[in-house]
Design a protein around this ligand. Structure first.
Ligand code: 5GP
Length: 174
């Protein structure tokens, strides 16, 4: 049976917000370049859309992490399953994530990336669920603060489905 998905943010709302974030990032990095590190797979759509809205020079790399836990709950243990292709020395790194939930993934990842000799490491997340936070994470750029619900679309999946939805929706479970 098809899952029922209700729209939380329309395609237009998401695109408008990403445009604003791109403008802010372009201002903040004026005169510099920015190295986007997108976290696979959830942040792929967001990373590409954001990159198109940034007007300072941009380079892009991706990495993949897995956290041990079931599909909807992350554990505190994180493993890098695909590392970056390029070193971070001398770069202004902006980590691009789909959602910060418990903070377990990003707290591990930021710690790891901060040890690689970059000029700076900041975090940009399309969505932020602060109610669920277990580990403190400083999110420099947040698209939308959302309530505690399981969301899909714009790169976010439910059992690998719905990443391609052009909007953000909540999966209704009964
Ligand atoms: P954290 O380590 O902050 O708990 O979780 C980060 C990861 O959990 C995200 O990158 C994402 O893959 C997954 N996640 C957390 N909340 C949601 C959600 O509402 N929907 C989806 N699709 N994934 C989520």
């Amino acid at each position: 049976m098809a899952d029922k998905i209700s729209v939380l943010y329309t395609e237009e709302q998401v695109n408008n917000r990403i445009r604003e974030m791109g403008e802010q990032i372009s201002k903040d990095y004026a005169g510099k370049s920015v190295h986007l590190v997108g976290i696979l797979k959830g942040a792929t759509f967001f990373t590409c859309e954001l990159a198109k809205r940034i007007t300072v020079p941009v380079t892009i790399d991706f990495m993949s992490v897995s956290s041990y836990g079931d599909a909807t709950e992350s554990s505190g243990v994180v493993k890098i399953t695909k590392d970056l292709d390029e070193p971070l020395e001398g770069k202004n790194v902006l980590v691009v994530e789909d959602i910060v939930d418990t903070g377990n993934t990003l707290s591990y990842l930021l710690d790891n990336l901060q040890k690689r000799g970059s000029l700076s490491v900041r975090l940009c997340s399309l969505l932020n669920k602060p109610e669920r936070r277990l580990k403190e994470v400083n999110v420099d750029y947040t698209g939308f603060v959302i309530p505690d619900a399981f969301v899909v679309g714009y790169g976010l999946d439910y059992a690998q489905k719905y990443r391609n939805l052009p909007y953000i929706g909540i999966v209704e479970t009964d």
